[in-house]
Design a protein around this ligand. Structure first.
Ligand SMILES: NC(=O)c1ccc[n+]([C@@H]2O[C@H](COP(=O)([O-])OP(=O)(O)OC[C@H]3O[C@@H](n4cnc5c(N)ncnc54)[C@H](OP(=O)(O)O)[C@@H]3O)[C@@H](O)[C@H]2O)c1
Length: 274
């Protein structure tokens, strides 16, 4: 890499930020596309400061992660319609000083799902009611998919179900549901708690589609069990790479080298698990 006075800067901002694979994925994409640019990770707690910094330093694009996805919205110049509906921005694009917020998690999840199955006509149970659940819920609602939300905290789960116009079921009653598509959007099962699963094994039936948006490990306990029970499974890497590819396109106007991005992340994940 040749860093010089013309190098463009991109990054990811959140707190904590230590485990992000954004730099691995985006630097692979920037290099493969021959761009004079670099992508760094910034651990920042001051959300207003992060937007001021972006303007002051002319940072071209920023991924936004926990806990700033909603808090950043009032400081932006424009927010696209889907991100506003979801109430969360995971991408900021700096267009000649105008900071525009987007949500690419929603499209990333849909593209990852559609690579494995058709979503239309499926009854979907979304487990979790945080930012990722909101993004996926609004996207699937837009596709006419019948939804149900299950969440540990009833207050948060019921609020999301209300916003989506669907029903809520407490996580403890999830066995009473009968979904064709189950999507885990909680962090349950993520490293180092790899033997945990967000739902009881017995609700996983042959023929069901099970997606886990956790990608570390790539095969979570939920996906392992779902595979054993004859379900179609979708891991979290596809969503991560597709949402990153959408960010790349928004920032550079170029198509993203998806295979390069996927391989770069996969390599780091395999190294971590060996
Ligand atoms: N693959 C991807 O591209 C991608 C993209 C975005 C996010 N993610 C991953 O998705 C996960 C959630 O992200 P987020 O932004 O939605 O986070 P968030 O807004 O903090 O929401 C977290 C959700 O997980 C639930 N939860 C946390 N710990 C739990 C536990 N021990 N038992 C049951 N439920 C629990 C929370 O339930 P309560 O409401 O009860 O607290 C809430 O529904 C993270 O692991 C993140 O890394 C992946």
């Amino acid at each position: 890499m040749n860093i010089d006075q013309k190098t463009n800067l991109y990054g990811v901002v959140g707190h904590p930020i230590g485990h992000t694979l954004g730099p691995t994925m985006h630097n692979a994409a920037l290099a493969a596309s021959g761009l004079n640019a670099v992508y760094l990770a910034f651990d920042v707690q001051d959300v207003e400061g992060l937007v001021r910094g972006m303007r002051a330093f002319g940072i071209r694009g920023m991924s936004v992660t926990i806990p700033h996805k909603s808090a950043v919205i009032p400081f932006l110049d424009q927010v696209d319609e889907l991100a506003r509906e979801i109430g969360a921005v995971n991408t900021i694009s700096n267009k000649e000083g105008c900071l525009i917020g987007y949500n690419t998690d929603a499209m990333g999840a849909l593209l990852a799902l559609e690579a494995k199955t058709l979503v239309s006509g499926k009854r979907c149970l979304i487990v979790g009611a945080g930012g990722a659940a909101r993004a996926i819920g609004f996207m699937l609602r837009g596709k006419g998919v019948p939804l149900r939300i299950a969440n540990r905290s009833s207050e948060r789960g019921a609020a999301l179900a209300r916003d989506l116009g669907c029903s809520f079921v407490p996580l403890s009653d999830v066995e009473q549901t009968n979904a064709d598509l189950l999507i885990n959007t909680t962090s349950v099962g993520m490293s180092p708690h790899t033997e945990e699963s967000p739902v009881p094994d017995r609700i996983l039936r042959e023929g069901m589609t099970v997606m886990d948006i956790v990608y570390n490990p790539l095969e979570t306990r939920l996906l392992r069990t779902a595979n054993q029970r004859g379900c179609v499974t979708v891991d979290g890497l596809g969503m991560f790479v597709h949402q990153g590819a959408e960010q790349f396109r928004l920032w550079t106007g170029l198509e993203a080298p998806i295979e390069t991005m996927s391989q770069a992340v996969r390599k780091v994940l395999h190294r971590g698990s060996s």
